[in-house]
Design a protein around this ligand. Sequence first.
Ligand SMILES: C[S@@+](CC[C@H](N)C(=O)[O-])C[C@H]1O[C@@H](n2cnc3c(N)ncnc32)[C@H](O)[C@@H]1O
Length: 302
Amino acid sequence: MATKANQATASNLAGKARASAPAAFALPDAGDGAREFHFSDADFRGLVDLAYKFAGIALSDSKRNLVYSRLSRRLRTLGMKTFSTYREYLEETESERENFINAISTNLTKFFRESHHFDHFREQIAVPFSRNRSTNRLRVWSAGCSSGEEPHTIAMVLKREIRDVERQDVRILATDIDTEMVARGTRGEYPENSLDEVPRAYQEYFERTSKPNTLVVDRAVRSLIAFKRLNLMETWPFKGPFDAIFCRNVMIYFDGPTKAQLIERFTEKIRPGGFLYIGHSESLNGAHPGISLVGRTIYRRV
Ligand SMILES: C[S@@+](CC[C@H](N)C(=O)[O-])C[C@H]1O[C@@H](n2cnc3c(N)ncnc32)[C@H](O)[C@@H]1O
């Protein structure tokens, strides 16, 4: 059944496809002469439209070289000679969508990124939960979790504040559209120098492994998190409600209508008094009646 959100996304897509057609003649010269594969304006526009259709990702013209270089690898792997062959294959082959999305998504992240969010989360969610035992249920969603640094940071904060956290009904849902990122998050292994991002008080939650220069997050911390592949543009197969949702540095890739629709859907999933954390450059324009700004890029469900 098509949800309200899906319908909105489909109509955004139609608008986007119409809007993109005239611009096909306005792109700068891509310097094709020096390239391994011919990459026409039609190829770029076609791939931009598919990124929007499959993932809601709105790629600007400045991403042309990035799209070329990341997808050239797919062409080589598949033994294809042209981007138009690849586009046809992508349209016809559902399994290739995953590789396409994995290739074009941007996964930059780190532990304790925008650390003021975790200070707020600790004070407003973790500490009150550890003091008030009228409920033992706590749910947090890291939506667009990339390789897992964000949900592991949330889990470390909860583990540190709630000493018997494993015996409580405390769960973190960590989702991303990129299957390689979901697999990395599930492994919980990170290069040793990731510790540079982690405050000293939390470094005890990392252990050495037999692999060189690799640490693994403590099993008790990892056990709080369920990693799943989820495209935010599709139906969400869970009810909530969540005490907090982190969707940071994800909506930056979406256009205005997609972002507004997503905020509405997040709002429905947060319990009254719960919080939505967004990225530093993602301030919300327009009216969002269900949430109010209570801190730097922090919204409270009314
Ligand atoms: C820059 S990372 C942000 C990671 C983390 N939230 C942070 O702030 O450090 C953006 C993530 O959003 C994911 N993403 C992009 N479009 C998505 C979609 N439609 N559904 C789910 N995840 C998506 C990408 O795969 C990527 O891992």
